[in-house]
Design a protein around this ligand. Sequence first.
Ligand SMILES: [Zn+2]
Length: 101
Amino acid sequence: MQWFGPTWNAPICNSQDKAATPVGWACAACGIEIKGGDRGFLIPHMDHDNTDSKPWHLRCLLNAVGVAELIAEAATKRTPAEDETHEPPPAEEPLRDEDDG
Ligand SMILES: [Zn+2]
């Protein structure tokens, strides 16, 4: 798997796997054209008669695997010292059937 765009300093962002940004190609996830400066991956897709790599925006891939929110949260996480006064968010109400009770 190759990556493109400005580095986001992840371990995968090494120089030998960097690809040219596929400007003008449609993102395989959202269909929006890749623009210069976008970050993402080239991921092999198996089609009927060939295997081609298609671009995915970084954000689209993170959303697809369900970790985008975790990464965004980690990026804004406070240091332990700052967290000393941090109250945890209130627990969500458990889902219940309306017929209960
Ligand atoms: Zn996309």
